[in-house]
Design a protein around this ligand. Sequence first.
Ligand code: HEM
Length: 530
Amino acid sequence: MKTEIDGLWVFALAAKCRAFSSDNLFSSVSLLVLLWVGMAFLCWTYPGGPAWGRYRLKRGAKSKPIPGPRGFPVLGSMNLMASLAHRRLAAAAERFGAKRLMAFSLGETRVIVTCNPDVAKEILNSSVFADRPVKESAYSLMFNRAIGFAPYGVYWRTLRRIAATHLFCPKQISNSAAQRFHIAAQMVSIFGSCRGEIRVRDTLKRASLNNIMCSVFGRKYELDSPNNETDELRELVEEGYELLGKLNWSDHLPWLSGFDPQNIRLRCSQLVPKVNQFVNRIIAEHRAEAQTGERKKAAMDFVDVLLSLDGPDKLSEPDMIAVLWEMIFRGTDTVAVLIEWILARIVLHPEIQSKVHEEIDRVVGKSRRVTEEDIQAMVYLPSVVKEVLRVHPPGPLLSWSRLAITDTTVDGRHVPSGTTAMVNMWAISRDPEVWSDPLKFKPDRFVTKDAEVEFSVLGSDLRLAPFGSGRRVCPGKALGLTTVSYWVASLLQEFLWVAADENPVDLSEVLRLSCEMATPLMVKLRPRHV
Ligand code: HEM
């Protein structure tokens, strides 16, 4: 972080040279500019670029430098974060022989990134990296009071405890099974009534939003009849996604922040009152229903849970809004994005699709609908989900980075406090030194034989940890996986998924907050049970 003192040496020097006298104003300004350019150049020559150079100049070398691109003077390697950042970072790490640990600069921000599972474990499981870097949009959108961006400390730990014991505990997840069952049936009915080539994304996103609206706010909507409330929320979520997913130049070049060049601050300030109004209305309705005794009849949703908290766990109203809004925000797109990738792979690999069909028919039979309990008895479908998480992780850079709270050592190199740390999960899960045939789509690699232990994707094995790992691991991972696996099973039980003639499957990616298919999936469906 830049301090006020940082720039003062230039003025002190200039004052000593009497450079501010009116007759040589021009030469003193030129001198200052030259000095500034000289310093910027000097910083830039250091491995990792200007932010690392500045640190080295101020504090000296504490260990061998971490290799990495210099990027551009002042700006550093902002270009690496444009478009498909996970691919650019992986290519740069390869170029610099820095797959274990690479340093680079985003303006004044020092960053490290690893493409190695052991170093990833060192970072994600260390308490030093239990914080998240400051992001203006996250703060403006109140996320600093929600789990994802709350600074590491008592408040964040309280939220994590509430999440683990109330919101995502097995009981709460199984309580919402009926709603997932109902929404799956609605999706099947919508897809079944479509003719010709179908674009699946819109239905998946609406299903996912309806599902999370039900878990969080207790709202139940029919999937085939649009309504104002979900439309309104969809717009709020889309806008929030866009704002949080953008690389905000002001986060890394503080001298730009006064200008808000990408209008991010302005857009956040327009969005927040709408979110407040929306969530406030729902909380007020819950309170009113609780007073009349009406709420007792309904299943507990997240609002009920938060309202029922007492003592040290009790949250203020603005904090509740932040937590609830984040849940809607995090739980909607990740699920829909992952299902679209799974269906794309199912269409591309008919032999894999028939193995899933066989398994569903064997476990469930042909006379009833698949249930969530049936998934426990399946081996191949969960392996397909894992293989898709390997080749198309929704968060290829684990979505949100970590921040070093104190000076530390990573892979034997000194990493100063305030450094941002990233894990390139996409690169790890495609590394031929980690996975055999990494580019081949092969779910069988996850099918366990006899005494073998099942591969867990929940954060214990960093060769594939799409939900992150350590203290900040995704708290919604069990709910997310349950929803995805069950809905995929339901959609495959009913239909044979075939490639569309006009629009073949295109696996190109676009990286927003999640990594989505750049071209929405189009398919043709054949009912399996006529
Ligand atoms: C397929 C579905 C999902 C994927 C792939 C996913 C992935 C992730 C990842 C990679 C992280 C960062 C972890 C880290 O820093 O180590 C994360 C954090 C988080 N996720 Fe998920 N997620 C999914 C579903 C959900 C759902 C359904 C919810 C809630 C409804 C949720 C809520 C959160 C929250 C609140 C955090 C921040 C945790 C913290 O900073 O303490 N996620 N997720």
